[in-house]
Design a binder for this molecule. Sequence first.
Ligand code: BEZ
Length: 338
Amino acid sequence: MLRQKICRRQFGLSLAATLAAGPLARAQASDAPRTLRVGLITPPPHNWTRSAAAFGEALAEATDGRLSLSIFPSGQLGNESQMLQLLQIGALDFGFFTTSQFANRLNAFAAFYTPYVATDATHAAAVLQAPVTRDILADVERIGLHGLGFGMAGMRQIVSSRQVDIIRDLKGLKTRVVPDAPLTDFWRLVGAAPSPIPLSSLYDAFANGQIDAMHIDFENTLRLKFYAHARDVLHTDHMIFPMVAVASRRSWQSFSTADQGLIKSLLDKELAALRGLYADADLQFRDELITLGANVKRFEAGWMAEAAEAWEERWAPRTPFIAALKAAAEGLRTGEAT
Ligand code: BEZ
């Protein structure tokens, strides 16, 4: 049971009050009780939302209720682009985001789309702790945010309503992508027809045939029942999927140094737990799908190698972080420090 407050629809009023009060009025004495707002697109049962709830409970406990958290899941405050704007003006305190909106604004984040950069969820969790990821995260300061750390979701797979055996079977398939440039480019290079669709609209789009396939993970395939309309579930592990925990820079600067340290250490613990969770959970979700009758097919690393190479040729000149992240991942795989 989540004891943390997960909000339903009352944000309109409090947002209006916040904006009317202005930023100075928001800077409160450090011992005044304060309810902080976190927005996410994931629904309440998703691990990201649970992680936010656990962070809120730990924060309330450590401060005897002085700092508490209101959680706005399922995109209640809008999509990630809209939530990013709320963070920039200080009307939202924290966000647990996909990399999508960052990749559209900051080239460094394209590194996280490097195909086959990690072999599985365990490797991905380690890659997201590599020192180079701290430099990538620091880039969010340029857009009025403060980076707090990385969680993750499971590795990316493909769910298709058509039979897929060879790479050519993906050609021309209307394939759902998360809306950002590096990912859209990858799917074009595969030969598919990428179509940006948010998680919340994905079930209907797949069920009514608006899309033929999707770039997704085992967890959502199971929890949101995409498998019910799938011919094939392709276990490809072709990309990692970080969760980016950010604070509004305005909001962050209003905390005392002690509170900043406390928030960071409590959140670090939750993010580590989230990264650790997928090492086991990713394959458990896959096994549950198989038990439910999903036609899960394994495609070894490199199945989409041609598109992966073409993607790197196109994107590596835009940011040195692609080479840096690849080197860090390779070092972790072979046990060599980079
Ligand atoms: C997705 O849009 O695919 C997604 C978003 C958040 C968590 C996991 C997946």
